[in-house]
Design a protein around this ligand. Sequence first.
Ligand code: AMP
Ligand code: MG
Length: 365
Amino acid sequence: MLNRKFVLMLIMTVVLGATGCGWIGGFGTAGETGASTTTAITWSDATTCTVSFYAMDTYMSMTAYEVASSEALEGVAAMIMDLEAELSATNESSAVARLNAGEVVQLEADSATVALLNRAREVYTLTEGSLDISIYPVVKLWGFTTGEYQVPAEAELIALLETVGFDKIDLGASASSLQLPSDMQLDFGALAKGYAGDVARESLAEAGIDSAILSLGGNIVTIGSKVDGSSWRVAITDPASTDDYAAVVEVADVSVVTSGVYERNFTDEATGVTYCHIIDPSTGYPVDNGLLSVTVICADGTLADGLSTALMVMGQEAALDFWRTHQDLDFQLMLINDSGQVLITQGLEGSMTLMSQDYELVVIE
Ligand code: AMP
Ligand code: MG
């Protein structure tokens, strides 16, 4: 099911060498259906191969340069589909679905589930709970998993928040079995695509591919630089006009991950209020703090994915403070707010270009 933006995305791939962020659909959430397991392979010249497929509720497309075969890309596509099966809360046999059903689950130390539980804990701690994968029951109550949206009664939300709090889980140092506290449920939707990108990067590097760009449902993963040595140009969606781009950023060897209010939302007909899919775990309500999107640029794609969601929750000032106080994490930010500003952290100065006259550029130090 190609929509207008997908076609545009393909065109922009040619124009810019990459496309950017904020692609519709979210892992584990309601959205476009009609998922196909078909993997399409196209060669744009003798050594440039693109493999496209549908996974984690979204279109994914990976282009590798100077390759003789599509084998490595096809292997990564299969790996991401396997990861989806392993990590999806809606796949009844997955470890997370069984945890959510209250079962005691034996976890393998080297599984993706354990890796993501640990990364989720890390980002939960770093962001003081702004990323909390145990928010899942609240995400469901709002209807974001089914598309049957509703504004819950406040009392119901407050009661449900009792089950939320990743710190209630005892992951232990080397626990091989886990059971969640009663009624607690998890979903890796805010992290899984970032993790898939990191796994893909590793696998393609092992296959000797050193120039590739992956678009995993809005998460862009760049491997090396372009064949001519220049940077990739990744376009960032304009939250105010989602078929357009607000900015282009030039990057190499990093993931570019955007979370935005426009990705999935609904408008309550009674009040005219629009609610987005990113929930503040401290209130149970969708965020509405003036930030329209957060883009995180970082070599660690899982961290970028976790932070993009968490910083949306934290809001502009706290997000910028977080950047200032966590320079050791080696990431850059692009925030777009509802005052018409594109704010970039210092490391992006000189490598980004505004694409829309509607925005004022502000460089953060
Ligand atoms: P992302 O697109 O990476 O920002 O992830 C957003 C998805 O993560 C939503 O569709 C929800 O399924 C889930 N989610 C929403 N709010 C949070 C939160 N505060 N912490 C963790 N996951 C969340
Ligand atoms: Mg995220």
